[in-house]
Ligand binder design. Structure first.
Ligand SMILES: C[S@@+](CC[C@H](N)C(=O)[O-])C[C@H]1O[C@@H](n2cnc3c(N)ncnc32)[C@H](O)[C@@H]1O
Length: 200
């Protein structure tokens, strides 16, 4: 058993995958967190959202808008950490254009499959999706100019390891544009062990 921050990481990952498989496959469900196009519009997503297929946006489960920190530039190479059904990656792929590229990684196979199908539907050739874990990224050092991520790092107990991986794959002087949940006070041991608090 691998334990991080007081929680069994294997159990936590199984539960997270179950939750997000159902966000992928049953997007009409009333989850305890907001999802879908109306939520992305509330977050003031950029105009590129309009070109993202419904099959991705219906399973959008971000917590905020990473593009509110700045637009991505043409030609940039981007990692979307925990890309889910692909909404942010497909917005990013339009911003960086054909000279740039976007790779989305996610550990939930149903999400990766949905993101790939949407990418194929858009015809965008500069975006791909891989099944991978944030704690062990399958990329060489300094591979990316920018990392975007939305609602993912809060789900991962070993944050030092994730940030070490992000700084490894980011080129010197690259950027992080992270949308995430933070807390201002320490969480009790009991709270940390409560899987529902992590996955919700
Ligand atoms: C809240 S959803 C957000 C998805 C997407 N960023 C969006 O905005 O719609 C969190 C995603 O993170 C993925 N995830 C959680 N922990 C992960 C990890 N350790 N490695 C890779 N993906 C992870 C889940 O599978 C899920 O798709």
């Amino acid at each position: 058993m691998s334990v991080g921050a007081g929680v069994d990481v294997g159990v936590l990952k199984r539960e997270i995958k179950k939750t997000y498989a159902s966000v992928s496959e049953e997007p009409e469900t009333d989850f305890i967190f907001p999802t879908g196009r109306a939520w992305a519009e509330d977050l003031d997503y950029p105009e590129e959202l309009a070109n993202v297929p419904e099959s991705s946006v219906e399973s959008f489960a971000g917590v905020a808008n990473p593009f509110s920190l700045g637009r991505l530039q043409p030609g940039e190479h981007v990692l979307d950490l925990g890309s889910g059904a692909g909404t942010d990656s497909l917005v990013a792929a339009q911003m960086v254009g054909p000279e740039g590229s976007v790779v989305g990684i996610d550990m939930t196979p149903e999400m990766v499959a949905k993101a790939r199908a949407s990418a194929a539907a858009t015809g965008l050739a500069n975006v791909e999706f891989l099944e991978a874990e944030a704690e062990q990224l399958p990329f060489p050092d300094a591979r990316f100019d920018v990392v975007i991520s939305n609602g993912v790092i809060d789900l991962i107990p070993d944050k030092d390891l994730v940030f070490a991986e992000l700084f490894r794959v980011l080129r010197p002087g690259g950027r992080l544009q992270l949308a995430d949940v933070t807390i201002q006070r320490p969480v009790s041991e009991e709270g940390r062990r409560n899987i529902d608090l992590w996955t919700g």
